[in-house]
Design a binder for this molecule. Structure first.
Ligand SMILES: N[C@@H](CCC(=O)N[C@@H](CS)C(=O)NCC(=O)O)C(=O)O
Length: 198
C-alpha cells in the first residue's frame, strides 16, 4: 500500500496513527506529497491529502481510508478500532465525525488566515464557535478511554493536537479542562510522538 501524505495534514496524521496502531506500517510506503502536483491530481482529482493506493484501488477521505485500513487489520487477525458489531458503533462514529468537523473548521480557519486579502472575521468567528461547542459536546458526551484507543479517540486526539499546532492562540484548554486532562496522557504515547509534525 502507499499512503500519500504530508507531515502537517491532520487528516493524514489520523491515517498514519491507524497504520501504527494496526501494525500496518511495514506493509505501507509513506509518500510525501505535494497537493498541487499534477501527478498527484491524476490519482486524486480532488487534490486532497491523504490518499491511499492499494493494488487497483485508490481511496480518498480519511474516514474511508481509516475504515479500509481497519478492514485490512481485521483480516490479519487484529481487533477493530471501529467497534464493529458493537452497541457503541454509532457513538464512536459520531465522535469520529465531530472530531473531523473540528478539523474542517480548524483547517478552514488556517486557510482563511493565510488569504492574501483581509480574512473574513465573520467566518473565523463562526468556525471558532463551532470549535468551542463541538469540544464541549465531545467532552460531556462521547469521550472514549485512553487505555483502549479506538477511531474516536484517535480522531479527537488528532484534532486537539492540530489546534495546538496551528491555532494555539485559541487556547482550547481554557474552554474545557476535562478534555485537556483526558488529552494529556495521549501525548506521551509512541504513536502520538512518532506522527507529530513538530
Ligand atoms: N475530508 C478530507 C479532507 C482532506 C483535506 O482537506 N486535506 C487538506 C490537507 S490538510 C488538503 O489536501 N487540502 C488541499 C486542498 O483543499 O486543495 C479527509 O478527511 O481526508
Amino acid at each position: 500500500m502507499q499512503l500519500f501524505y504530508s507531515l502537517t495534514s491532520p487528516y493524514a496524521r489520523k491515517c498514519h496513527i491507524v497504520l501504527h496502531l494496526h501494525q500496518l506500517l511495514d506493509q505501507t510506503e509513506l509518500v510525501l506529497t505535494d497537493q498541487f502536483s499534477q501527478e498527484f491530481r491524476k490519482l486524486n482529482p480532488l487534490g486532497k491529502i491523504p490518499t491511499l493506493r492499494d493494488n487497483d484501488i485508490t481511496l480518498m477521505d480519511s474516514p474511508l481510508i481509516c475504515e479500509y485500513l481497519d478492514n485490512k487489520a481485521i483480516q490479519q487477525g487484529r481487533p477493530s478500532l471501529f467497534a464493529r458489531e458493537n452497541l457503541d458503533y454509532f457513538h464512536i462514529q459520531l465522535q469520529h465525525a465531530l472530531s473531523n468537523g473540528i478539523l474542517d473548521a480548524a483547517v478552514a480557519s488556517v486557510y482563511e488566515k493565510r488569504r492574501e486579502t483581509q480574512p473574513s472575521e465573520y467566518w473565523l468567528s463562526r468556525w471558532q464557535e463551532s470549535l468551542q461547542s463541538t469540544i464541549t459536546q465531545i467532552s460531556t458526551k462521547y469521550l472514549s478511554t485512553c487505555t483502549q484507543p479506538n477511531i474516536a479517540s484517535v480522531a479527537t486526539v488528532t484534532a486537539l493536537a492540530y489546534l495546538d499546532f496551528r491555532l494555539a492562540e485559541l487556547s482550547w484548554r481554557d474552554w474545557n479542562t476535562a478534555l485537556a486532562d483526558w488529552y494529556a496522557p495521549f501525548t506521551e504515547l509512541t504513536w502520538f510522538e512518532k506522527t507529530s509534525p513538530e
